[in-house]
Each structure stands twice: as structure tokens, then as C-alpha cells.
Write a protein that binds this ligand. Structure first.
Ligand code: DC
Length: 228
């Protein structure tokens, strides 16, 4: 069976990573969470106090970017990939609301995007990859054989993120999360560098009222079509 690249793009908290991870596991492909890469760079900036009042110290970040190493390692106990920033497991920390609140500004910086896109393209020289993000089908792999564009209403996405964070023991407010989801939608769609948009040849799916099992089946069907 021929190996392909599956690009899954869409709004934040749409369940892209759940879908992508499930597919990768079912078909034995690698999975790359590109949002985790931008989140890791954001965490690096926050730890260095390089983000003040919504402004990033770009000169400092530009000097540091070649030495920011992001890797994914499989945790067999948890049966999932975890994100490592310069050798440290940051999987939990990069999902915090503090990082979520700043990630849009960091991911809108051109030199950050170019560095991350180069790493993403290098992960997939041999195909057989499922990658999720905002610009995978448009910028990273415009030639991906299967492109999906996921959407769901902001309220439903905020509820999903609220459930995820409270399950991890974080105390968060639904309204604050909804505000964050809406603000990120706006920033993701309106930034100058690689704004979020559906690739012309992407298949759109609104999963607001679908179960995870239904989404998995839907995606597997499209995957099988493309790899026949
Ligand atoms: O998918 P996520 O919520 O973990 O992504 C975090 C942020 O990173 C999101 O606000 C948009 C940005 N992002 C991006 O600009 N390009 C990507 N390929 C992936 C994520």
C-alpha cells in the first residue's frame, strides 16, 4: 500500500489531535503535533520573561531559535507521544492556559514559523505521516495526498478544552476559555504569516455533533480511498 501524508488543519480545540493520533495508531503512521512545537517555543519565551504585555522580545528569540530543540518521544505507559523541549518533558506545561494565552503571538512571528516548518518537513521525508496544525495543507505540505479541514462551534470547542483542563486538575473558568478560543480564532485567521485557511483541495468536516468513534470512521474511510 502506498504511503501518504495526511494533513489535518483547523481551528483550535476542534479535536484535530485526537483524530490525527487515532488514525496514526490505526495505520501505523508517525504523528506530529505541530501546535505542540509552537507551544514549546512559547514556553521557552515565558520562562525567559521574553513576553511582556503581549509583546515578544523578538531579537532575543531570533538568536535563541537555532538552539531550541523540540522532539517527540513515545511514552509506552501512557501510550502517547510526549513533547520534549531541549531534553525536558514539557507535555503538561505546554497545555496550560498561560501558554495558550500567548501562543498566538509567538506563532505569528515569521522566523519562528520558518524554523518550525523546516523541522516539520524534515520529519516527513519518507511520508507515512499524520500531521495536524493550521498550515499543514497550505504551507508545510501543499502536496499532501489527504487534506482535512476541521471545524466546530466556538462554544463546543471551549467546553471540550474546559473538560480537558479540569480533568487534569486545573481550576479554570469556562468564560475565560471561550474568550481564549475566540481570540485565537481571530488571530489564527488574520495573521500575516500563513493565516489559517482551508486549502482548496481539503475536505471540510464540522464535528460539532459527532462522536470520536464517528470521526475516526469517517477519516479512515477517506484514508483508505487515498491509499487504494
Ligand atoms: O493546535 P494548538 O491549539 O495546540 O496550537 C497552538 C497554537 O499554535 C495555535 O494558537 C495556533 C498555532 N499553530 C500554528 O500557528 N500553526 C500550526 N501549524 C499549529 C499551531
Amino acid at each position: 500500500m502506498k504511503k501518504i501524508i495526511v494533513a489535518i488543519d483547523g481551528f483550535s480545540s476542534c479535536g484535530k489531535s485526537t483524530m490525527a493520533k487515532d488514525l496514526a495508531k490505526s495505520v501505523g503512521y508517525a504523528y506530529v503535533d505541530t501546535g505542540a512545537m509552537y507551544r514549546s517555543v512559547t514556553l521557552y519565551c515565558l520562562r525567559n520573561n521574553w513576553i511582556q504585555n503581549g509583546i515578544v522580545a523578538e531579537d532575543k528569540l531570533k538568536d535563541a531559535i537555532p538552539s531550541i530543540r523540540i522532539e517527540f518521544k513515545y511514552n509506552s505507559e501512557k501510550q502517547m507521544n510526549e513533547t520534549y523541549l531541549n531534553g525536558e518533558n514539557v507535555e503538561k506545561e505546554i497545555r496550560s492556559l498561560t501558554v495558550s494565552n500567548s501562543v498566538s503571538i509567538v506563532s505569528s512571528i515569521g522566523f519562528v514559523r520558518r524554523a518550525m516548518v523546516a523541522q516539520q518537513q524534515a520529519y516527513s521525508v519518507e511520508r507515512g505521516v499524520v500531521m495536524d496544525g493550521r498550515d499543514i495543507g497550505t504551507v508545510v505540505f501543499p502536496d499532501a495526498e489527504l487534506k482535512i479541514f476541521l471545524t466546530a462551534s466556538p462554544e463546543i470547542r471551549a467546553q471540550r478544552r474546559y473538560d480537558e483542563l479540569t480533568a487534569k486538575g486545573e481550576t479554570v473558568s469556562f468564560d475565560e476559555i471561550l474568550e481564549n478560543v475566540k481570540q485565537r480564532d481571530y488571530l489564527d485567521q488574520n495573521r500575516e504569516e500563513s493565516p489559517l485557511r482551508k486549502a482548496e483541495d481539503a475536505i471540510e468536516l464540522d464535528n460539532s455533533y459527532m462522536t470520536i468513534a464517528e470521526q475516526k470512521e469517517w477519516l479512515l474511510h477517506h484514508f483508505e480511498e487515498r491509499t487504494k
